[in-house]
Design a protein around this ligand. Sequence first.
Ligand SMILES: Cc1cc2nc3c(=O)[nH]c(=O)nc-3n(C[C@H](O)[C@H](O)[C@H](O)COP(=O)(O)OP(=O)(O)OC[C@H]3O[C@@H](n4cnc5c(N)ncnc54)[C@H](O)[C@@H]3O)c2cc1C
Length: 276
Amino acid sequence: MNVLVCIKQVPDTKIIKVNPKTNTLDRSSAPAILNPYDAHAVEEAVRLTEQHGGKVIVLSMGPPQARIAIKKCIEIGADEGYLISDRRFAGADTLATSYALYKAIEKLIKEEGIDLVLCGKHAIDGDTGQVGPGIARRMEIPPLTNVIRVEKVDTDEGSIIVHRKIENGYERIQSTLPCLLTVEKEINEVAYSPLPNMIKAARYEPIVWTVDDLNDVDVKQLGLKGSPTIVGKMWPPEKSSGADMIGGTVEEQVEQLLTITLEKRELFSVKGGETT
Ligand SMILES: Cc1cc2nc3c(=O)[nH]c(=O)nc-3n(C[C@H](O)[C@H](O)[C@H](O)COP(=O)(O)OP(=O)(O)OC[C@H]3O[C@@H](n4cnc5c(N)ncnc54)[C@H](O)[C@@H]3O)c2cc1C
């Protein structure tokens, strides 16, 4: 069973800043990392191929430095990595991204055969969660989103049973293969990479495809040209804890706490007209 995992290199959003003048992400303000959800997708793919045979192929669309994220996936245990990289992909929104990835997947299906596609639940920078379903729609395969467990894969029957997180609980669902899963972090713990994987990753060079390497591409659907989305404004969320800091000695802090508590006593339950 060959499993293809779409992976994205993202800026570490715990650190990244928004440029207040241009309202865009200042990508130079944070290191680039493998999208954390995608690491879990690769880990799951490795576990599945260990059980059912086949190989794990990772695919990314991005600039040349996205090779580093692919090497990280080799460290986790992926067998092969492909990067589609070309100026004509630049400025892609989720529609154009899923089209470009789909065209690469189409070629990989012909060359390698793909039984299952995995994506992260979302990318921590764009955060739309649209790319996985967008690929599934184009491939005309079922999208199973927010997967927290793969219960069973039956390669003879061509079926899979997964558990999905839904708004008010969980759902156990069976699908035919091939299908596309988007995975949550709960699906597994990413294991420490063994030394041979690290050595392989250090020496590994991903296969890079440009637009010209893909078949029957409609260039009007790529990059900025193929992107109907316009980002009107972007701003960081306001972080307000609503907390007042108190200081001084312990006695002074207790005094201040009591004063604040009594001032706000209407927020506490008052029994018989008295607070205790
Ligand atoms: C008008 C516009 C212009 C943009 N221009 C750029 C640009 O020039 N450069 C840029 O980096 N971003 C650009 N973006 C952002 C870009 O659209 C998104 O980063 C990208 O489409 C993925 O969307 P997302 O981050 O919401 O991914 P999600 O849909 O949240 O990602 C879900 C999963 O899809 C897979 N996935 C997502 N993106 C990729 C990828 N590139 N390769 C492989 N797998 C992937 C991963 O498995 C990921 O976990 C632009 C967005 C807009 C709206």
